[in-house]
Design a protein around this ligand. Structure first.
Ligand SMILES: [Zn+2]
Length: 318
């Protein structure tokens, strides 16, 4: 067994905060709690540190560093920018500096979708590979590119917004980012549900019927409803998932041509089998023939990918 060090891993999302002690990609102990989203950034970090410190108190193995995966764009100093509104007061929070003080450990912070890709590259479907494209399909669509063993972060930490690439299937549709025509407008979980609702006679939630855009009807139907309908033979549900998968695949094919990855990993709560089944042939069709054999893989780490990516980040040189 490798004598690698134990690290503390933290995953702070808009719903829950998870903490773990991790050794060589194995979770030794874990704890989680709802993220106090109505408080402020300092309170969110204090809770995360308390979860870690409770694990430390019960463990004979002391962590040597921490890694934190957090919502929002994270700059090189570990400060959050352009945060989602899901956590109050999160924008501008100095995550790395605050957790270093609270935990008495050195550490690093990274965007949670970047952490997903780093987790899969360190310990998951793409373990050992140095060139990987990762895409997380959930409430939104994000991703990250590892090239030559290093995550591409861009000039401001905002690289990897793979859901905001234009696709033909989304032409003219509003995207949550504010620009039209992006992948996220047709292939995120809420977008797939909204497109199904808009084209069927499913009743919409009270109040939302006055909103003309399909995207505003997203609350009426959920993605699991669409998947269940597709599996029961509903042709519209099948078509919505297939169109979203084709759009996702077109983007993946373009990314294959751009970055020449050894593998593409797709995860996230909305990456249902029907979506992947349509995306894989579309990706290979859009890739240049010399690279049409790149594996498009499902996540191996599921909900732990970001937490284990945080653990991998903890071990990077300070
Ligand atoms: Zn967008």
């Amino acid at each position: 067994m490798s004598p690698g060090p134990v690290v503390a891993a933290i995953d702070i999302g808009g719903t829950k905060t998870a903490a773990a002690l991790v050794h060589d990609g194995q979770v030794l102990a874990r704890a989680q709690a709802p993220t106090p989203v109505d408080a402020d950034g300092a309170t969110v970090l204090q809770q995360a540190a308390a979860l870690v410190n409770a694990l430390r108190a019960d463990s004979p193995l002391a962590p040597v560093a921490f890694g934190a995966a957090v919502a929002g764009v994270v700059d090189g100093a570990g400060v959050v920018h352009a945060a989602t509104g899901a956590i109050g007061g999160w924008d501008g929070t100095a995550v790395t500096a605050s957790l270093t003080a609270l935990l008495g450990l050195p550490g690093r912070s990274v965007n949670d979708v970047h952490a997903f890709v780093l987790g899969e590259t360190a310990y998951g479907s793409a373990a050992g590979l140095r060139d990987v494209v990762g895409i997380a399909v959930g409430t939104g669509i994000g991703g990250g590119v590892v090239s030559g063993g290093r995550l591409i972060t861009g000039s401001r930490g905002a690289a990897g917004h793979l859901g905001h690439i234009p696709v033909a299937q989304a032409a003219g549709l509003p995207c949550p980012c504010g620009a039209p025509g992006h992948l996220e407008a047709v292939a995120s979980g809420p977008a797939m549900a909204a497109r199904y609702a808009a084209q069927s006679d499913v009743p919409v939630q009270p109040g939302s019927a006055a909103l003309p855009e399909a995207i505003d009807r997203r609350g009426a139907v959920t993605l699991p409803d669409v998947v269940a309908a597709a599996r029961a033979g509903d042709a519209l549900a099948v078509a919505v998932l297939a169109e979203a998968g084709a759009a996702l695949g077109a983007v993946i094919g373009g990314l294959i041509n751009t970055f020449d990855p050894a593998a593409v990993v797709v995860g996230g709560g909305a990456a249902v089998p029907e979506l992947l089944a349509a995306a894989v042939p579309a990706a290979h069709a859009a890739a240049m023939p010399i690279r049409s054999d790149v594996p498009v893989l499902a996540t191996a780490l599921d909900a732990d990918a970001a937490l284990l990516g945080a653990a991998a980040v903890a071990l990077e040189p300070q």
